[in-house]
Design a protein around this ligand. Structure first.
Ligand code: ATP
Ligand code: MG
Length: 335
């Protein structure tokens, strides 16, 4: 129904800038929330250190990458030496420690794909998942946060895209659609590709930050304070960028051959990555390269049914931005 592509934006898209910006403003978490999260992290760290003095806790995911909306749960990573003990035992011990404190709904999910302990803190009302030694997630959280500081349009675009994806039911990896992390990478890549570019490729620049995690070297330029003028030559507004983003994923992305890569700031070929055929459950129907685990396709959760749903949703969004009288409402209508 929507598969009809216009070559360009045929309306005054800029008239919707204020409405999109006010949606963005309404999604940003208030400052107090951040303080509460830090407070919870501190008290968790105290508890953890009473058992493991060397262990550290890190926030990761949307509570720390600056793409988190108001009232999200927090993701915490416990960094601990697991040489003589296994993860399950650490998690069970952790659950025991937390339970004996004032925390509620403590649950150790030792058999999940990513084993975690879940809990709820009655003091702050925050729910939290704690995983063990998922250091790459902590590092990719920092990368996203650093990109967000370069140009305000990244946060605007990603908040609105995430809000759209949640409203339309296409932000559920267990149903074969994409994670929030994947959507943010799509936004970063898209802004790297604008002409003139709105974002640089930090991993192609001289590294000022470097860590090695599980034999993967993560290195990039992280002195982003010096890049605040990077995107200034490009004057595209959030309304225009949304139109272009959905137009790209609806009509211009080469699903058969292309891999988007934030790491190189370019499009790679599926052939070069050997992502041309199904291996196990990885079908590579939409390909998004992880910036550090480069053999990892964030689109691998997408199957032959959900790719159709996803592409129809991109087309619907593109259509709405082109024709709908009230795109700032229609775009987010529940499915
Ligand atoms: P939300 O606001 O929806 O909770 P989120 O930013 O917390 O968004 P998630 O998709 O829940 O996003 O992922 C949490 C974090 O876990 C990401 O920021 C990322 O660091 C890491 N992560 C998630 N999925 C992957 C993945 N497939 N590969 C590597 N890291 C991932
Ligand atoms: Mg999360």
């Amino acid at each position: 129904r929507f598969r009809k592509r216009d070559l360009e934006c045929r309306r005054d898209i800029e008239q919707f800038i204020p409405a999109f910006l006010s949606i963005y403003d309404s999604l940003i978490p208030p400052e107090e929330e951040k303080a509460k999260q830090e407070q919870l992290l501190k008290s968790l760290e105290r508890l953890v250190n009473s058992e493991w003095p060397e262990a550290r806790l890190y926030l990761y995911g949307s509570c720390a990458n600056s793409f988190g909306v108001s009232k999200s749960d927090i993701d915490v990573c416990l960094a601990i030496d697991e040489q003589d003990v296994n993860k399950a035992d650490i998690l069970l011990k952790l659950a025991e420690i937390l339970e004996s404190d004032k925390l509620q709904n403590v649950q150790a999910l030792t058999r999940a794909r990513v084993p975690i302990v879940k809990l709820m803190d009655p003091v702050t009302g925050i729910s939290c998942d704690i995983c063990i030694n998922n250091i790459l997630a902590v590092v990719n959280t920092k990368l996203l946060k650093d990109y967000a500081q370069i140009d305000a349009r990244l946060r605007q675009l990603a908040f609105i895209v995430k809000h759209w994806a949640k409203s339309r039911g296409v932000n559920e990896t267990y149903h074969g659609t994409l994670s929030s992390y994947a959507y943010v990478l799509m936004c970063i890549h898209f802004l790297q590709q604008r002409k003139p570019a709105i974002l640089p490729c930090l991993q192609e620049m001289e590294a000022t930050y470097m860590v090695t995690v599980d034999d993967i070297t993560c290195a990039y330029f992280d002195e982003v304070g010096s890049l605040s003028e990077f995107g200034a030559q490009n004057k595209e507004s959030i309304a225009r960028l949304l139109w272009e983003f959905f137009d790209y994923w609806a009509f211009r992305h080469d699903y058969a051959n292309a891999v988007i890569s934030v790491r190189t700031g370019s499009i790679l070929s599926k052939r070069a990555k050997d992502w041309t055929r199904r291996i196990g459950n990885d079908r590579h129907l939409i390909c998004i390269e992880d910036p550090f685990e480069i053999s990892h396709d964030l689109g691998r959760v997408v199957d032959k049914y959900s790719i159709k749903i996803l592409r129809e949703e991109f087309e619907r969004a593109a259509y709405i931005l082109q024709y709908d009288p009230n795109p700032c409402v229609t775009l987010f209508e529940p499915y």
